[in-house]
Unconditional design. Structure first.
Length: 364
């Protein structure tokens, strides 16, 4: 009996100890795991907030990085290449000419260096233009030489047409220098009331703002304006060219720059006074005031169309004998079914142009 008592006593003591150890061990382990986590992670209240200067610097840096791509969107378009020189051999690229003229025109409009059509039209009152004309040419020229040399004194009248925030080039008419001090002759009906700006493009494709209208003759559809340049030669005028003489014409019909046509003078006539406003085929929307006095005109067989108004008509010597003005068709048949038989192309005679200038003209 004595041998078994100590073993039983040991068993009775060890068993409760094991039970207590089994219960306490998981709690001890969890406490050990929580202790490092609580030590390494400070309370939220103790976390340091960034200083205001740091926040401002980060915000400024972000704004700068956001605004950096902006200059790439505002890059200027490359300047269009200058068209080939006008010499009668090179091909004329009308679209390239307008693309080359457009930035020149926009630059002057933004700089407020151009006048509107309304401002110029208000100056086109009936009065004589004071200038001195070039001496009449007496040397006969071939058609190709005449075209090459005379084109240097022919200009394209351009107007601006706004689309969104940009102005586009619109070919409007033709004109030519009558003196070396930048005076241009063209038709009076070219100057209409509008908010569009008006320019003159020379044969070297340089665009000039029209500075002023110096004189006009509404009855004969004449106007004289000026650009600020003395680099271009004035063309000489010649009056009283007979019917049947050869003539040439340089103009810009419907934006086809520096088009040459050839023909003869077919008629010299007097147009009677008009009772109502006139209307020409060249511009059906053009309603001109009635002319209450007889006017003198010449008719030519050389072709021209809308945009040719103001184009010079030359004789074989290179003198200007007239100015292209309007076209009218002879039509027969019923109102709904007519046939065009002939087209009359009327021009202002050079003699009438000279009468609208001051007496100091030395042309004959």
């Amino acid at each position: 009996m004595t041998c078994f008592r100590p073993r039983i006593f040991c068993n009775v003591l060890i068993l409760p100890a094991l039970v207590l150890l089994f219960i306490a061990l998981p709690n001890f382990t969890q406490a050990q795991e929580k202790q490092p986590a609580e030590a390494t992670c400070p309370p939220e209240k103790e976390q340091q907030k960034p200083e205001p200067s740091v926040v401002k610097a980060e915000k400024k840096q972000k704004e700068t990085s956001d605004s950096e791509p902006a200059p790439e969107k505002e890059k200027r378009k490359p300047t269009p290449p200058k068209p080939a020189p006008l010499n009668g051999i090179n091909y004329i690229f009308d679209t390239q000419i307008m693309l080359y003229a457009e930035p020149q025109m926009n630059k002057m409009i933004k700089a407020k260096q151009a006048l509107t059509c309304t401002e110029l039209e208000s100056q086109a009152t009936d009065k004589k233009c004071k200038t001195s004309l070039a001496k009449r040419s007496t040397k006969q020229q071939t058609k190709s030489i005449l075209y090459r040399e005379a084109s240097k004194s022919v200009v394209a009248i351009l107007i601006s047409r706004k689309h969104l925030d940009h102005w586009h080039v619109v070919p409007a008419a033709t004109g030519f220098f009558i003196s070396d001090d930048g005076i241009i002759a063209t038709n009076r009906h070219v100057f209409n009331k509008s908010d569009e700006f008006m320019f003159a493009m020379t044969s070297d494709y340089v665009v000039h703002p029209i500075q002023e209208v110096l004189g006009a003759n509404a009855a004969n559809d004449l106007a004289f304006c000026r650009i600020d340049s003395s680099e271009y030669k004035g063309l000489s005028l010649r009056r009283n060219v007979p019917v049947g003489d050869d003539i040439s014409l340089i103009s810009h019909p419907s934006g086809r720059f520096y088009t040459y046509s050839h023909g003869v003078i077919t008629r010299r006539y007097v147009r009677p006074p008009q009772r109502g406003p006139s209307k020409t085929e060249e511009n059906d929307a053009d309603q001109r005031a009635p002319v209450k006095v007889p006017t003198r005109w010449i008719t030519i067989s050389a072709e021209f169309g809308k945009g040719s108004s103001g184009g010079p008509v030359f004789d074989r010597l290179g003198n200007v004998v007239g100015m292209a003005t309007s076209t009218n068709s002879l039509r027969v048949g019923k109102k709904t079914d007519t046939v065009s038989q002939m087209v009359f192309r009327d021009c202002v005679p050079a003699g009438v142009m000279m009468e609208s200038l001051n007496p100091s003209s030395n042309s004959r």
